[in-house]
Design a protein around this ligand. Structure first.
Ligand code: 7PM
Length: 279
């Protein structure tokens, strides 16, 4: 099994299938109204809906990584994420938490999270130590600069080589810290310090990332500006473009796609897989 991914309570053989990770936003702007009970009920029903639609994992995000946005204080991120991790324990699929903060990693792992998705690639002091002694899955994403500055002037001499070198360095740092490779998946980080051209170059070269680093690739391009730039549509009209992007990523060898529109993406991938032989 070249592509086994250990994810806390769960494990996936990704040799011959691609999975959909459903995005569950728990930032304040993703709720229309009021009380914390309502928020929790809403998060739970959204998550159940995504699982019924075929999501193989749920990614819980309490930190807005929107380009240019300020970082969220620790206490606030914990307040947003922890109740959701507890509420979703019985969902039956791995719970991933999108965070860069070692303190959040430790707390959500105690609460039963199965995966940590770090857009900062576990570079914060203490991040490796926070995840080392569990068996949670780990998504290492590439980002140039910080969310506050990354879209100002993205520059690379060779974007594919530089992203691969970064991910290789992080994999090496994690395995040197005693972390099993089977827990790691890698992500080129579409939109995180990249121009539209950089993003599509990376999309075309997912196969190279995968063969050089020998870990499953996770791709997140749902509704992103790289889709908008091609179709010329605002974020709420990017479903068809995002489906094409997800299939392109799978065709290039991605094994997990992180999306907002789970039902549609699952259908598209099922038809794609029925029509294609994976390798
Ligand atoms: C505003 C702008 C809000 C961008 C949210 C975003 C990825 C991720 C995000 C990704 C992994 C979004 C992003 N993107 N984690 N978290 N890979 N692993 O569009 O591409 O969801 S946040």
């Amino acid at each position: 099994m070249r592509h086994y991914l250990q994810c806390g309570r769960f494990g996936f053989n990704l040799d011959s299938k691609a999975l959909v990770m459903g995005i569950l936003n728990v930032t304040p702007d993703s709720f229309s109204d009021g009380g914390s009970f309502n928020k929790l009920e809403f998060a739970l029903s959204r998550a159940e809906e995504m699982v019924a639609a075929g999501a193989a994992m749920i990614d819980i995000g309490g930190e807005s990584t929107r380009p240019g946005s300020p970082s969220v204080p620790l206490a606030e991120e914990l307040q947003r994420v922890m109740p959701v991790v507890y509420a979703l324990q019985g969902l039956g699929v791995p719970l991933s938490v999108d965070t860069c903060k070692p303190e959040v990693m430790r707390e959500v792992l105690i609460a039963g999270a199965d995966m940590i998705n770090d857009v900062n690639g576990f570079r914060a002091p203490g991040a490796l130590e926070a995840v080392r002694d569990s068996d949670c899955g780990l998504c290492i994403m590439h980002m140039q600069a910080t969310p506050q500055t990354m879209q100002r002037e993205p520059h690379y001499d060779d974007v594919v080589a530089e992203v691969i070198a970064f991910l290789r360095e992080r994999i090496d740092a994690m395995t040197a810290a005693g972390i099993d490779r089977e827990r790691i998946c890698i992500d080129p980080g579409f939109g995180f310090g990249k121009t539209v051209a950089h993003n599509y170059t990376l999309l075309r070269e997912i196969g190279r990332m995968r063969s050089e680093l020998a870990r499953p690739v996770l791709a997140g391009l749902s509704r992103k500006s790289m889709i908008g730039a091609v179709v010329g549509r605002p974020v709420e009209q990017r479903l068809a473009g995002s489906l094409a992007g997800a299939l392109a990523a799978v065709a290039q060898g991605a094994r997990i796609v992180r999306v907002h529109d789970v039902a549609e993406t699952v259908d598209a991938i099922q038809v794609w897989q029925a029509a294609t032989s994976f390798n």
